[in-house]
Design a binder for this molecule. Structure first.
Ligand SMILES: C[S@@+](CC[C@H](N)C(=O)[O-])C[C@H]1O[C@@H](n2cnc3c(N)ncnc32)[C@H](O)[C@@H]1O
Length: 501
C-alpha cells in the first residue's frame, strides 16, 4: 500500500492544515517515511563540525571555507560542501575564533537557514508544494526579540557579508519562522542534537497525548537521505482519526507545556489533557493540600494560567501565578542535578524526591521526571549495577518503574520510546528479585516460575517497542540487546527455573 493511502491532509480554521488517517491503523503501522528538506545545527548551537555535526574544538577548519569541521573526511560531506562551504568560500566569510567552543556560537545561527534557502533553489517543486506552505507565524514573531535577533544575526549577515542578497529579507525571516515552528530535533549517531525539516511530519497537529511515534535514523554521512524519519501509529487510530504528535516534553505539567507552546509554536493548547484539571486522571499538575491533608489542589480552569487553584476537600485556595513560581523553583532544583550521575546523582535526586513528597501529588510531573532519572541510575551507576543491588533497592527500582508506567500509559500510550525503555528497565529487577526470594525460600518454585514469566512478558513488550527504533540510536541498540536477551530467556526458560536455587 502506498503511503498516500495511509493519511490525508485536511484544513480547519483552528490549526490550519492537519492530517487524518485514511484507513484504520494498528499500533506499529508505518504511516510514512521521509527525508528532510534540510537539516543542520539547532538555534543556540555550540560549535559543531559542519559535516557530521559532532562537537568540535574549532582547531581544525575546512580547507576551502575555513569553518569548523572534524577533518578532511567531513569537509567533503555534501551537507557542508554543497551548502555553506560554497557560500563562505565565494564570499570569503571567515569563521571568527571563539574562546569557548562549548558556548552558544552565534555564527552558527545562519547555517540551517542557508541550507534551506539553497535547497529551495535546487528543489523548487518540493519547496513550492511542501515547504513554502508551512506556517512561519511572521506576524506573531515580528514584535518579539527573536525577530531583531534574526534580523541582525541571519538576515543582515546573509545579505551582507555572505553576498546572498538574491534572497529577500522577507524570505529569510520566513525561513527562520518555518524552522522555528516546524523543525524537529534529531540526534546524530553520537547523540548530538540537530534540527530537521520534515514537511510531512510537520503536518501533524499537536496534542499533549500523541498517537503517532516518530524515529529519525541519522547516520552522519552528510546527504539528505541521511536522516530519514519513520512515522508509525503508536496506538489504534480509526479511519478519519486525526494524527497527533506532541511538540512538547510530555512529562511537563500543563502550565509549563502550554507556556512552551505559546512562546515557541504560537498557539494556545486546548487539548483534552490540558483542558482537564486532573490531566486525564494522572494529577501531573496537582499538589497535596497542606491545610486538610485529604484533598488535592487543582486548577479551577486549566486553560487560564492565572485562574484560582482550589483544594478538592477544604476551602484552601491559591493562584495560578503562585503555582507557576512553585513549579519554576522545583524545575530549577531538578535542572541543577541534570548532569550529576553515579552515587551522587542518586542521592541528590532521592533528596529532592523526599523533599517534595509531602507537597506534590505522587504522580506529579516533577515526581515523574525524578522517577524517570532514578530508574536509569539504579542498575547502571557505579556501585548500583543490577547484580549489586540489595532487594530493598531492587524493590525501589520496580516501584519507580510501575509508578512511571501508570503515568506513561495515559500520556504516552502504546509504542512510545520512554515506555519501551521503562519496560526494559523493569524486567531485570523483577527477575533478580524473584531469584533472591526463591533462594531465600521466601517464594515457591511455582511462584518463581510465575515471576520469571512476568519478567519475560514485560521484556517482550519492550522488544516490540524498541526494535522499531533505528539501530543508529541508543534505543535501537537497546532494542537489539532486549531481543537477544528475550530469545535467550525463551530458549533457556526451564533450565533457568531448575538451576536458580
Ligand atoms: C508544525 S505546524 C503544523 C502544521 C500547520 N497546521 C500548517 O498548516 O502548516 C504547527 C502550527 O500548527 C498550528 N497548530 C498545530 N497544532 C495545534 C493545536 N493543537 N491547536 C492550535 N493550533 C495548532 C499552530 O499554528 C502551530 O504553530
Amino acid at each position: 500500500m502506498s503511503e498516500q493511502d495511509l493519511f490525508k491532509i485536511e484544513t480547519n480554521n483552528t490549526v490550519g492544515r492537519y492530517s487524518v488517517a485514511s484507513q484504520d491503523l494498528k499500533p506499529g503501522d508505518v504511516i510514512f517515511k521521509e527525508a528532510p528538506f534540510a537539516y543542520g545545527p539547532k538555534s543556540d548551537s555550540a560549535c559543531v563540525c559542519l559535516g557530521c555535526h559532532n562537537p568540535v574544538d574549532c582547531a581544525t577548519l575546512c580547507s576551502k571555507c575555513s569553518w569548523p569541521v572534524c577533518g578532511p573526511q567531513c569537509e567533503v560531506l555534501s551537507v557542508h560542501k554543497d551548502n555553506e562551504c560554497d557560500v563562505f568560500s565565494n564570499a570569503k566569510v571567515k569563521f571568527q575564533a571563539v574562546e569557548d567552543p562549548t558556548d552558544v556560537c552565534l555564527q552558527y545561527e545562519c547555517i540551517t537557514p542557508i541550507r534551506v534557502l539553497l535547497e529551495k533553489e535546487r528543489d523548487q517543486k518540493r519547496w513550492e508544494e511542501e515547504v513554502s506552505v508551512m506556517e512561519s507565524h511572521n506576524e506573531q514573531r515580528k514584535p518579539k526579540p527573536i525577530w531583531e535577533f534574526n534580523q541582525h544575526n541571519i538576515v543582515e549577515y546573509l545579505r551582507g557579508p555572505c553576498k546572498l542578497d538574491r534572497f529577500s529579507e522577507d524570505l529569510i525571516h520566513t525561513v527562520c519562522g518555518i524552522l522555528e515552528v516546524n523543525a524537529f530535533e534529531a540526534r546524530t549517531p553520537n547523540c548530538y542534537m540537530i534540527r530537521c525539516l520534515f514537511p510531512k511530519l510537520a503536518l501533524m497537529s499537536h496534542n499533549c497525548v500523541s498517537n503517532i511515534h516518530h524515529a529519525v535514523d541519522c547516520h552522519g554521512n552528510g546527504n539528505l537521505k541521511d536522516c530519514v524519519v519513520t512515522v508509525r501509529a503508536a496506538i489504534h487510530i480509526p479511519k478519519g482519526g486525526e494524527l497527533y504528535s506532541s511538540y512538547t516534553y510530555s512529562i511537563w505539567p500543563t502550565l509549563v507545556r502550554r507556556e512552551f507552546l505559546r512562546e515557541s509554536k504560537f498557539f494556545e493548547c486546548a487539548c483534552p489533557r490540558c483542558s482537564d484539571k486532573t490531566e486525564l486522571g494522572t494529577h501531573m499538575s496537582s499538589l497535596k493540600c497542606q491545610r486538610c491533608d485529604n484533598g488535592v489542589v487543582v486548577a479551577s480552569d486549566p486553560l487560564n494560567d492565572l485562574c484560582e487553584w482550589n483544594c478538592t476537600h477544604c476551602d484552601y485556595k491559591t493562584h495560578g501565578g503562585a503555582m507557576r513560581k512553585v513549579f519554576a523553583a522545583i524545575q530549577n532544583e531538578i535542572d541543577q542535578v541534570e548532569y550529576v550521575g553515579g552515587h551522587e546523582g542518586i542521592q541528590q535526586r532521592e533528596t529532592i524526591f523526599r523533599k517534595y513528597k509531602s507537597v506534590l501529588h505522587p504522580k506529579h510531573a516533577y515526581m515523574t521526571i525524578l522517577r524517570s532519572a532514578l530508574i536509569q541510575l539504579y542498575g547502571k551507576a557505579e556501585g548500583y549495577t543490577l547484580g549489586d543491588l540489595p532487594d530493598v533497592i531492587l524493590e525501589r527500582k520496580m516501584e519507580l518503574c510501575y509508578q512511571l508506567l501508570e503515568v506513561l500509559d495515559v500520556i504516552e500510550p502504546g509504542l512510545s520510546r520512554i515506555r519501551g525503555i521503562t519496560l526494559y528497565e523493569l524486567h531485570g529487577p523483577i527477575m533478580m528479585h524473584a531469584r533472591h526470594q526463591y533462594q531465600y525460600d521466601a517464594i515457591s518454585k511455582d511462584d518463581f516460575r510465575q515471576k520469571l514469566k512476568e519478567s519475560v512478558d514485560i521484556l517482550k513488550q519492550a522488544v516490540e517497542i524498541l526494535t522499531n527504533e533505528p539501530v543508529s540510536q541508543p534505543e535501537g541498540q537497546l532494542g537489539q540487546m532486549a531481543q537477544t536477551a528475550y530469545d535467550q530467556l525463551i530458549e533457556n526458560f526451564d533450565m533457568l527455573v531448575e538451576t536458580a536455587y
